[in-house]
Structures are given as structure tokens and as C-alpha cells.
Design a protein. Structure first.
Length: 243
């Protein structure tokens, strides 16, 4: 019978069209992560199916068998990563919550570092930040967009942490409240969250932590359609900066 007591922290993974072998990769990644955490640290995995048919019963059986604290959430239509994460975070009972991508692209040591920043109360929101080596694994179009967005975040939005798009972040209960106030469902949900968390009225400590990708991780090109759709989201955030 699954353990129903709160774990040391929650890990929320949004899932949409996952790569082959994704469930086994999660099990292996969590095994490596546990070896880096303080003894007896339990991790509660929340998996959110964001309207994909690619999750089958064999995957879920494996995860339930190998992960004592596992919660599966699903809905029929795709809404986007931000929506999926808010759906998962709403169900979290643990004091500390992290999220990353379904392919677990960041080194387990990086995940442990984000957790440690929250466990030791270094910050209310701990944000993974990427160094220049990250861009060697990313298509040039995404490199341009990522670096341009970092400049905009710093110059126009005045964010102390300019790398808002890294797919590894965590927060405590106070950060969770702000995260759940987000309204953007897709690409710029991270930026919206860091913007809201960084506002003086939030009273949150937003702390960057350097993170590294695992070897062999490859990112796809970004669709111009997504960029066009997200331009409206960015204008909404920018307007929030001005009011």
C-alpha cells in the first residue's frame, strides 16, 4: 500500500508526449537523487498528464511499484506546462515543492542543490540558472531567444534573476501561494512566476542556484507559432510591471 504521509518534498513533473523510456528514466533518476539527499529523505512524485495519450498502464505500473509516494493526475486536453504544473502544485501537501521536465534533463546534483536551498531556508523560491555550457546543447534559435529574454528580464522587468526559463525551480509554502496565482499556461509561465515572486509586496527571497544539464540532452527548435502566441503573455507581464 502506498505511503500516505507527507514526504520531505514534492517533485512535480508535467507530461506531454514524453520520450521513449521516460518512466524507467524517472525511476533511475530518482534513485540517483536519493543518494545525494540527507538520509531517509522521501520524495513524493506528482505526475501530471497534460492531455497526452502517450502514458500507458505499463508506465504507471512501473512508477507505482518503484516510487512509494506517487500521485498521478490527468485530464483529456493539452493546456500547457504552466497549467499542468499548477494542477500538480495544487495537490501538493509537502512543505517544499520542486518541478522539472519529464525527461529529468538536469543533473541530480542540481536537483539536490535546489532542494538544499529550500531545506536550509536560504530562499523562499530557488531558481536554477544555466551557464554558457548549456547553450552548446540548444539550437541557435533557442539560444537567441533565451539570451534576449534574459536581457529583457534584467533591463525592462528589473528581475534580480534574469534566467527565468530554466526548467528546474522550487519553493516553500509562501512561494507556492504566489505560484498558484499565475495565469499563463504555456512558455512564459516561469517568467510570470519569477516576476510575481520578485515584487516587493510578495516579500519573498528569490535565490539563484547554478545547475547543469545531463550529457546528451538535446532541445528541439522553438515554433514561431509559440513565439507569436506568447508575445501577448509577455505584454501582460510588462504591463504588470508598469502598474
Amino acid at each position: 500500500m502506498p505511503d500516505s504521509s507527507p514526504a520531505a518534498f514534492a517533485l512535480v513533473l508535467p507530461c506531454y508526449n514524453p520520450p521513449a523510456g521516460w518512466a524507467a528514466n524517472i525511476v533511475a533518476s530518482l534513485g540517483r537523487l536519493r543518494a545525494l539527499l540527507p538520509p531517509a529523505t522521501a520524495v513524493h512524485l506528482y505526475l501530471v498528464n497534460d492531455g497526452t495519450a502517450s502514458v500507458n498502464e505499463a508506465d504507471l505500473t512501473l512508477l507505482r511499484a518503484e516510487i512509494p509516494q506517487f500521485t498521478y493526475l490527468a485530464y483529456p486536453e493539452n493546456h500547457g506546462k504552466g497549467y499542468a504544473l499548477r494542477t500538480g502544485v495544487e495537490q501538493v501537501r509537502e512543505e517544499i515543492c520542486l518541478f522539472t521536465d519529464i525527461d529529468f534533463p538536469y543533473e541530480e546534483a542540481s536537483v539536490a542543490a535546489v532542494y538544499e536551498g529550500l531545506r536550509t531556508a536560504t530562499g523562499d523560491v530557488v531558481v536554477g540558472v544555466r551557464d554558457e555550457t548549456y547553450y552548446a546543447h540548444v539550437p541557435q534559435g533557442r539560444v537567441f531567444i533565451s539570451k534576449a529574454l534574459r536581457r529583457i528580464n534584467r533591463l525592462l522587468l528589473g528581475l534580480a534573476v534574469s534566467d527565468t526559463q530554466c526548467g528546474l525551480k522550487g519553493f516553500n509554502q509562501r512561494g507556492r501561494e504566489v505560484f498558484l496565482h499565475g495565469q499563463i499556461d504555456r512558455y512564459l509561465f516561469d517568467l510570470e512566476f519569477i516576476f510575481l515572486a520578485s515584487r516587493p509586496g510578495a516579500g519573498l527571497r528569490v535565490v539563484p542556484v547554478p545547475v547543469r544539464l545531463k550529457p546528451g540532452i538535446v532541445f528541439s527548435q522553438m515554433s514561431p507559432r509559440i513565439l507569436l502566441a506568447e508575445s501577448g503573455s509577455f505584454l501582460k507581464i510588462l504591463f504588470g510591471r508598469l502598474v
